[in-house]
Design a protein. Structure first.
Lengths: 153, 85, 153, 85
């Protein structure tokens, strides 16, 4: 399941909902991305996104993860709008029989999301506002999954 | 047939436009050609697309490369590299 | 922080407590181990442990993780006593500036815990009860961290 | 000086004892020797330690190998491979 929303989310509630009524889940991995206050310089972060394409991309990414690992359930929640330091940005939850699949799938979802889901961060603080530049390491993190797939083929 | 163009993040700030409907010239067949044409539409477009190599594009909600043919695209979006997550 | 307890834990509460009052956390990874009902055969699982040594081991494991990765905070909660399918067994939470450290540290904590923290599972069901046998894969999962350390030295 | 011996999981079930205080014979200096001696204490101990290679040991809350010297150990525990997590 995927959701794109302005409101905050509650980790406990989301995890509880995902596992309700199931007894085949052995491992749950949850990842929360948080607005970090780099050197106290960030007062506000605005997340812009591309409505429609964002949901389409997140659904594609989630489907790809489900095809690669035996997941009992998964969830991606990504916020947009104005956020402040310590606010939640995104949540990824994966549930599987074993921890290995849950961990790998969670990392895959985050890596892909970071390079494919159309979100853009703009940080504002005392020195004005600036669009955050993409981290080349994110492309490398995504690329490693392509390698893994090639190697497995 | 008109095509919907969308701009995001600093591409939007520089063009000053979030979305518009345009009639694309017949000789514009790829994303790269569309960018070349957009740059002729005024200084703000020339500025927004100056570093065209870093601009990313999507056609109908799917990421595409600059050499992709536009075909029957209904919606084409331009934006900087993604920084979500 | 580490805790060994009979009572259940609430993931949301634990994560909230860990991050309270901080703005230097960018990534939180939470892992929950759950009693899985293998083919409907498990009615109850009893977790025995070695009071004293359990706490000592968990503290050593947590200290080791903190020395290997830049963690802002970490938490291990492990339950003992009688559990039923779908009950929580353990919780590991790691918080760091970046996701890579949080993920690696969480996996390290779980791998180590599985081969070093003195817990033993006994499953009971219609066919009687049996002590769960150790999974050799767990030893392999722990060993990979030794290799990683050797390679880095 | 007596030493506290602890047994867990199926080792405990087989010995029928969770904990005891024992005076170790002088010639028992390693964990392996202690296991050999324990096996002479009755059929339930012989049974519990029959597959001595799979038995794990800890001295004073620290995992040890069977060739570890007991030294001034106050507490020695025997148990099957761990299955927590």
């Amino acid at each position: 399941m995927i959701r794109v929303q302005q409101e905050d989310f509650d980790i406990g509630t989301e995890v509880a909902r995902l596992r309700t009524g199931r007894s085949d889940i052995g491992a749950i991995v949850a990842f929360v991305g948080v607005v970090r206050n780099r050197a106290g310089a960030v007062e506000e972060m605005t997340l812009e996104h591309y409505p429609g394409m964002t949901e389409a991309e997140l659904q594609r990414i989630e489907a790809e993860a489900s095809s690669r690992w035996p997941l009992q359930a998964s969830l991606i929640v990504h916020r947009y709008g104005k956020l402040r330091p310590n606010d939640n940005i995104m949540l990824v939850v994966t549930a599987s029989e074993h921890r290995e699949a849950a961990f790998r799938a969670a990392e895959f979802l985050i890596d892909y999301l970071k390079t494919r889901a159309p979100f853009w961060k703009c940080e504002s603080g005392r020195q004005g506002s600036r669009w955050v530049e993409a981290d080349v390491r994110d492309d490398a993190s995504t690329a490693r999954w392509d390698d893994a797939k090639d190697a497995a083929e | 047939m008109s095509t919907r163009l969308l701009y995001f993040a600093w591409v939007k700030e520089k063009t000053g436009i979030a979305a518009e409907e345009v009639e694309l010239p017949r000789d514009v067949t790829t994303v790269a050609e569309l960018i070349v044409w957009l740059k002729t539409r005024g200084p703000e477009f020339a500025h927004a697309f100056a570093r065209s190599d870093v601009i990313r594009a999507a056609i109908d909600w799917t990421h595409v490369r600059h050499d992709t043919r536009i075909g029957a695209a209904r919606e084409i979006a331009f934006f900087p590299p993604i920084t979500g997550g």
